[in-house]
Design a protein around this ligand. Sequence first.
Ligand SMILES: [Zn+2]
Length: 437
Amino acid sequence: MDWNAIGKEAVQLLSEYVQIDTTNPPGNEHRATAFISRILEKEGIPCQVFESAPGRSNLYTCLKGDGTRRPVILLSHSDVVPVDRTYWSVDPFGGVIKDGYIWGRGTLDMKNLGIAELMVFLTLHRSKFPLKRDVILINTADEEAGGMMGAGWFTENKQELVRDAEFLLNESGKGRMENGKAIYSIDITEKTPCWLRLISRGEPGHGSRPKPHSSINRLLRALHAILNYNPPVKVTEPVETYFKGISHLQKGRRRQQFANIRAAVKDPKFLAELHHSSQYAPILRNTISITMLQGSPKINIIPQTATAELDCRLLPEEDPGKFVQELRKVIGDDGIEIETILSFSNTASPFDSPFVDAVRQVVSTYHSPVEVIPNILSGFTDSHFFRELGVQCYGFMPFLLPDDELRGIHGNDERISVENMSRGPKMLYEIMEILCG
Ligand SMILES: [Zn+2]
């Protein structure tokens, strides 16, 4: 295997992929699937492209294994978030390669992993690797807007193509260096959005004649109750796995406390410490952010309707219905309507898994010392669509990304080092060799 040449090919392909503008909205992901299909076609690999809406394309292809084991899916999304060109030092869609980096929107989220997965897929095909399971490559649209035109559409309409899969690799987890130690995190689950709209109604009128029970006043009372409400701390199983997994990276007393988080959170002092950390606080409880408010369009009108939108994020394995019920009790006003804008349930994938073992085995050939830790993502990706089908999904990118480079995700001057992009496919290939051999 000429990994040097494969690395160069990956860098070149990422530069070309970045030049395809798939800003969502509107997406135009058919440009991306056309690009990937052309590459697959050149290698003699057939693929299927499904359109969920005009211009919104999803690609599926599969390398057949001997069926000893269940399939593994390599998932990526082709859409990217918009850019503000005034803050970029290069053309965000120029595919610029300079100073040891490939620059452009999507180089971290997630055209990088998309290309690494594609290279692994091509290399498995070229080398005629004797696969013990099918390797499925899926490239979807619309992840950045919730995935309903992409992974959501795919798992709904093409379920038969993926239902049997055992594992799925997706974006997000990654490596970093800390005091000379390489630490790779693997996302085993995510917090799930439960986006709600509170609607308050009341008798409209003139602002010169106040109404104590106006729609606005009732809404404010409801929001006040929500502000005073602290969702309870919940150490669910994935939360426990997470803290245990990162416990040996802690110093002093914390090491013990993290290893035994269920008992440790009973200590109010320790709990208060965790709540001051933006990293740990969201992992311990459901959260509520009031983000949108709407009342009257005019200062002297008491409106009939007032609304507020809440960005709530639930812990994995929480029941959104129960959460809404709890909120209803907190508000204590039956006149306030609660409408769900977006919500889904979510499970966690086990950290004790052949997938994680394979990652651990491979990264330890690259670094010493090295640690592989579980992570719970506070945002969300397309993985939940597949977890709902029973597929074990893992967020893992075979790249070492320092904090200053991570700032480019959804930000400015997004870039990935040529070194990362050259090495990533090899690392991922070795993981697949273990999983599929
Ligand atoms: Zn992404």
